[in-house]
Design a protein. Structure first.
Ligand code: UN1
Length: 515
């Protein structure tokens, strides 16, 4: 193993030069298939991870059930206290864990650390929530009666997470799920098992110190079969899935067919709209970050750019200058802005998307190739690309599908209504952003005639949401909401309890039923 990798793994107590156990339910194990964690920058195999066998999966579920029975009795503010300790433990490892994200996933240093910060932030949020996960008292129409709406834990929550946020998405789910009193079982992306193992070690340590069973945060690394077992398990009332629309459709149907609940965080196909009165010194760098940041591998990445005709030429000039200045290379190097795509397969997806754009007569302003010079050839590096398709036809797959790579599609409009129409005309509905100084445009944009996405920004790019707001999207993005807002309410079962404190019975709606 390279020194670059071994330093990072050692700092997080991940074994080097032996197979790494990838299953945790209070004890570590892994007798299933081997998953290889491959560094997207160098192509080196970072570790061989032992995934869950069917039997271990079964045991992990049993352990999770027992752990839930323990956790549901712990008062909610006490759970909050454990999350406060977890917050401290994560913050203490912020740099080391951030480096592992850069090493294994490929995002740049500041974004790797930022992702750990998201987990820290959501812990803080859940600590606060742990004193505020309140139900309601409802006025009853009957004398001497009271109605309570009571949140109770669900049981086991399954979290199936994606490669692009290998730490934070579990953080969003685990923090709220734990505060609500559930055990959580985590199947991470098969290509980022080390991040999951490192996070689980940190959580397990905090749980152990508090005498809480480790299986309240169970880890089962594995491939499709492990995911399917969670999706189909009647013991898991809520499945939170982050990934593609194609897989999300299968997960959604399967969970629905057994009357389970889902939180789906699927594709984004996010647009930024630039009005002629926008401050371009703010808008251009924001579009640059939205489209090129994380090498275009956020659900919230900017994929469509709609420019008002009056500012289109200067905007594109300024944007191309930024694209030309991008520093590409090892994401662990502090000055790098563009790391690799996560997998070889993603490079293929990128190349065929660019090919299709060319076939369809799009003008490729910049990019379109792999980087294959020395130092980059071993990794999955691709040039960030700006393309102007011949026309804006939202029905064309160029516009209607999400390509998880740094490809930005540009269209030119004359009226805001037209751009909002284009924004809304795609199947996905995650994030969108309008750049303007005119409050009339803002009113239109955030109102009933405006953007139909879950995240609707003004003078803020499409990506980089804070945890305080509910995160998620509408339409084929799946309607799920995670982290802030009312997201916690999905991690509980609600009981409407009518209690009669009086000495007489009475029926609702004044119904009489006596002989
Ligand atoms: C994702 O891409 O799945 O808004 C999550 C953002 C981040 C989270 C993205 N806070 O870009």
């Amino acid at each position: 193993l390279s020194a670059r990798a071994s330093t990072i793994l050692s700092a997080l107590d991940i074994p080097i030069a032996t197979d790494v156990p990838g299953v945790y339910d209070g004890t570590w194990g892994g007798n299933g298939d081997i998953l290889e964690s491959v560094c997207p920058t160098t192509g080196e195999v970072l570790a061989r991870v032992q995934s869950a066998s069917p039997r271990e999966l079964h045991e992990a579920l049993d352990k999770s059930k027992e752990a839930y029975i323990f956790l549901r009795k712990l008062p909610t503010p006490r759970r909050g206290d454990v999350l406060r300790q977890l917050r401290e433990a994560l913050a203490a490892k912020r740099d080391a864990l951030g480096a592992l994200v850069s090493l294994e996933m490929g995002k740049i240093r500041t974004e790797g650390i930022g992702e750990v910060q998201e987990f820290v932030d959501i812990c803080d949020y859940a600590v606060g929530l742990s004193r505020m996960m309140n139900g309601r008292v409802v006025a009853s129409e009957r004398p001497g009666h009271t109605i309570l709406e009571v949140p109770n834990p669900l049981g086991i929550v399954g979290a199936l997470t994606a490669f692009n946020f290998p730490v934070a998405v579990y953080g969003w789910n685990f923090s709220l799920s734990f505060a609500a009193g559930n055990a959580t079982i985590w199947k991470p992306s098969p290509t980022t098992p080390l991040c999951a193992i490192a996070v689980t070690k940190i959580i397990a340590d905090v749980l152990e110190r508090n005498g809480i069973p480790g299986a309240v945060s169970t880890l089962v690394t594995g491939a499709q079969d492990v995911g399917e077992a969670i999706v189909n398990s009647a013991d898991i009332p809520l499945v939170s899935f982050t990934g593609s629309e194609a897989v999300g459709r299968v997960v959604g149907k399967a969970v629905q067919s057994r009357f389970g609940k889902t939180i789906l965080e699927l594709g984004g196909n996010n647009a930024s709209i630039i009005m002629p009165d926008a401050d371009l010194s703010m808008a251009v760098p924001a579009v640059f970050f939205g489209a090129v940041g994380t090498a275009g591998q956020r659900c919230t990445s900017t994929r469509r750019l709609y420019l008002h005709r009056d500012i289109a030429p200067p905007f594109l000039d300024a944007l191309q200058k930024l694209y030309a200045s991008v520093r590409v290379g090892d994401p662990l190097v502090g000055s790098t802005l563009l790391g690799p795509l996560h997998t070889r397969a993603a490079v293929e997806t990128y190349s065929s998307a660019v090919e299709r754009l060319r076939e369809k007569g799009a003008q490729v302003l910049t990019g379109g190739q792999r980087y294959d010079q020395d130092g980059l050839r071993q990794g999955n590096f691709v040039q960030p690309t700006i393309a102007i398709p011949k026309s804006v036809d939202p029905a064309d797959s160029i516009w209607s599908t999400e390509t998880f790579a740094p490809v930005l599609h540009v269209g030119v409009f004359d009226e805001l209504e037209q751009a909002i129409g284009w924004n809304n005309a795609v199947p996905q509905g995650l994030s969108s952003s309008l750049w303007t100084r005119d409050m009339r445009n803002i009113g239109k944009w955030i109102g009933s005639e405006g953007s139909d996405t879950g995240i609707v920004n003004v003078n803020v790019g499409t990506s980089g949401a804070e945890i305080g707001a509910a995160f998620g999207g509408n339409k084929s993005t799946g309607w799920g909401r995670e982290s802030g807002g009312d997201a916690w309410k999905q991690y509980v079962r609600w009981s409407a309890c009518t209690i009669n404190f009086s000495d007489a019975t009475s029926l609702a709606q004044g119904v009489k039923f006596s002989a």
